[in-house]
Ligand binder design. Structure first.
Ligand code: CA
Length: 231
């Protein structure tokens, strides 16, 4: 899951980014509306945390432009959470009218943002709690835990994020490029084989824990979650 944080207060932007990265998301930061739109044009974000009060443009305007952008067939329209210092009911309604999915009034607790982000990102799926379970592999996003057949398995932050992506999109085929876009942030070097290496380590850990072949390779197309057929 890849998130863009649009916030012009550097301390707040960095605190939000650190907190969301700790939750296992890939996070980029933009300090104004122009930088935000420049990024959204080239990167398919799953969610945008958008400050309403930006130095160059109105956050509402940025929100409208993001939602009006054409997206590729397999890319989601980003979810938008407005961050606003304006507490009046009118401004909140205005934000939701402009297509924002949710809003938080500053100051807010980072844990609250975390919970809202989680809720919005699972709205696209049939998953109804912070815990996703498939084929005996259980991922608890709230507690940052993965259990394979009930036993806790240690994963790196990237392996965790990659596994979550597969669990939340179990029927799609994901190219390495698509995984790089959604699970890594702008600091990932597209010319390294970071996706292949992380995927291979994740597969090995799952196999060691008793869940081999959880992710299949479709030659020339990419990778897909393998749903076990129950007898
Ligand atoms: Ca601001």
């Amino acid at each position: 899951m890849r998130i863009l944080v649009v916030e012009d207060e550097p301390d707040l932007a960095s605190a939000i980014a650190i907190s969301l990265r700790r939750d296992g998301y890939a996070v980029d930061v933009a300090a104004d509306g122009t930088a935000a739109l420049d990024r959204v044009v080239i990167t398919p974000y799953d969610l945008v945390c958008l400050d309403l009060n930006l130095p160059d443009t109105d956050g509402l305007d940025v929100c409208r432009q993001i939602l009006a952008m054409p997206v590729a067939d397999d890319a989601p329209v980003p979810r938008i959470i407005m961050l606003t210092a304006r507490g009046s009911v009118d401004d909140r309604i205005l934000g939701l009218d402009h297509g924002a999915d949710d809003y938080l009034v500053k100051p807010f607790a980072l844990g609250e943002l975390s919970a809202r982000v989680r809720a919005l990102l699972r709205r696209d799926t049939t998953v109804s709690s912070a815990v996703v379970e498939r084929n005996g592999i259980e991922l608890d996003a709230g507690r940052h835990e993965v259990r394979v057949h009930g036993v806790t398995t240690d994963l790196t932050a990237k392996e965790f994020a990659l596994l979550r992506w597969f669990l939340l999109h179990p029927h799609d085929v994901h190219s390495a490029e698509k995984l790089l876009e959604h699970v890594w942030d702008e600091h990932a070097d597209p010319f390294t084989n970071t996706v292949r290496v992380t995927l291979s380590n994740l597969r090995k850990k799952l196999a060691d824990a008793g869940a081999p072949d959880a992710i299949e390779t479709l030659p020339g197309r990419g990778y897909r979650w393998r749903e076990l057929q129950l007898a």
